[in-house]
Design a protein around this ligand. Structure first.
Ligand code: MAN
Length: 475
């Protein structure tokens, strides 16, 4: 039996237990009392415990020998951490337990390394605790900064909103001023246009009358002061059914049933024939007479009805000034919109906005072949170190950590397609660190990348543990 010292309230106490039994099981191994296998399958006398013969199916009667194939040996490893080893490793010549207890009868020269291991482990733990502590402080700083930034943005937005309101009002005032200024000009334009249209109509009417008079004289072949049916018939172009002749009936039809018409009754015949009537006088289609438009109105081309009424330039300068004002206002409004847009980019920057500082930053790591680049909340890329184009390894998708802390993993997907494979995608694993750096990159399966990234933003509040060389309950 081993003699174990237990530090309990500072007083060493001797506890006896069979070799290889953990403290948690000593109640099952009471000296000189029958032993029941831990699986309950059998009860044997106590002298068969650790007698190098396997009695229990679960190996529990031989915790300190290699007799049972499925037994396990517990080493206390005082100063480090206790552990179980398969009992087949007892006395096999290899030192498994740092306290050397697994090699008690093999002649192997084991050295107790538990203290050293414990010291190293404590050092690592201490370092980690330090990182957590400092990282957590840095995180508080990040949270403060994010809060400040948020407030600044908010007040900027409020300012901008106030500005916009003022600008809107100014625009409204300017618009009214502009409209008021333009009103008389608009009215004058309309007046002139109307006068001009009337004048054109009058000219057209005069021309028509002249043509009519001329046609009457031409048609009145015998100059008796009447145009008769037969005189009209000489103008075959007036033939309504286009059979080449203007019959008497047709001519009479055009004359409104009359045998002959004088100059005044010809006025009612003229509209029936003027569109087809060919003057016998051979002359060029007279050019449009040069008409002078009213003084105030510039240059409409006579007889060109489709020509738009000319724009005048009376208030051009004034207009430009106004436009400048408008543009200036537009600029301010667009700044406002940009800010607003920025504000509305609703990324999940963590429960306390601690990841905000990563936005619009990029972090790189160069490996043997590639330069990997992580731009959080944006994209991940891979660029061959010795030239070649960049490959998109994914664009920001979502937080994808476990349910209890989704902020431990980031997922970037929909990257460049992989030949005969999926689109490239990247998982970013975040761990607590004082610095914000990419610590490693890998490609666990083809075109699926893993980036390890440290940031203070994921450091948890350190548990209030005392890391002085803590004595296990066993020494
Ligand atoms: C490139 C890189 C690799 C990737 C292969 C797949 O070489 O993007 O990371 O595995 O393409 O074809």
């Amino acid at each position: 039996l081993l003699i174990i010292l237990l530090i309990f309230l500072g007083t060493p106490v001797e506890i006896q237990r069979p070799r290889g039994v953990p403290l948690t099981s000593i109640q099952f191994y009471v000296e000189n009392k029958p032993f029941t296998c831990l699986d309950g399958s059998r009860t044997i006398s106590f002298d068969r415990v650790n007698d190098d013969y396997c009695d229990c199916k679960d190996g529990s009667d031989e915790p300190g020998t290699a007799a049972c194939p499925n037994g396990s040996f517990h080493c206390t490893n005082a100063g480090y951490r206790p552990m179980f080893i398969p009992s087949s490793r007892i006395n096999d010549g290899i030192c498994d337990c740092c306290d050397t207890t697994d090699e008690y009868n093999s002649g192997a020269k084991c050295e107790n390394t538990c203290k050293e291991l414990g010291r190293k482990e404590r050092e690592v733990l201490q370092k980690m605790a330090e990182i957590t502590k400092e990282g957590f402080l840095l995180k508080q700083h990040l949270i403060e900064e994010a809060k400040k930034g948020q407030q600044e943005k908010q007040s900027k937005v409020t300012d901008m909103q106030g500005n916009k309101k003022q600008l809107d009002e100014k625009v409204e005032v300017l618009r009214t001023v502009k409209e008021t200024a333009e009103q008389p000009e608009k009215e004058a334009k309309e007046r002139h246009l109307k006068a001009w249209e009337e004048q054109k109509a009058a000219i057209r009417l005069e021309k028509d009358k002249a043509k009519m008079a001329e046609a009457f004289l031409e048609l009145d072949d015998n100059a008796d002061g009447f145009v008769s049916v037969s005189e009209l018939q000489s103008h075959a172009e007036l033939d309504a059914d286009a059979d080449g002749t203007l019959t008497e009936t047709e001519a009479q039809g055009l004359m409104g049933g009359a045998e002959q018409v004088d100059t005044s009754t010809f006025e009612s015949v003229w509209p029936n024939i003027k569109d087809k009537y060919h003057s016998e006088v051979s002359r060029e289609e007279e050019p449009a007479p040069v008409e002078t438009p009213p003084d105030e109105v510039k240059e409409p081309v006579v007889d060109n009805d489709s020509e738009p009424y000319p724009e005048d330039d009376i208030s051009e300068e004034e207009d430009e000034e106004d436009e400048d004002d408008y543009h200036e206002d537009d600029d301010k409004v667009s700044v406002y919109h940009t800010e607003n847009l920025n504000h509305s980019l609703s990324f999940d920057f963590g429960p306390d906005a601690e990841f905000t500082y990563l936005y619009s930053q990029c972090y790189e790591l160069t490996t043997g072949e590639y330069i990997y680049r992580l731009c959080p909340f944006n994209r991940v890329s891979q660029k061959p170190k010795y030239g070649g184009s960049e490959t998109n390894l994914g664009t920001w998708g979502s937080w994808s950590g476990p349910e209890n802390n989704k902020y431990l993993l980031m997922k970037y997907d929909h990257g460049t397609g992989c030949w005969q494979g999926p689109n490239r995608s990247t998982t970013v694993k975040l761990t607590c660190g004082k610095e914000t750096v990419v610590t490693s990159t890998s490609e666990p399966s083809r075109c699926e990348y893993l980036i390890e990234f440290t940031t203070p933003a994921v450091c948890q509040e350190p548990a209030n543990t005392d890391l002085s060389p803590h004595d296990h309950e066993e020494l």
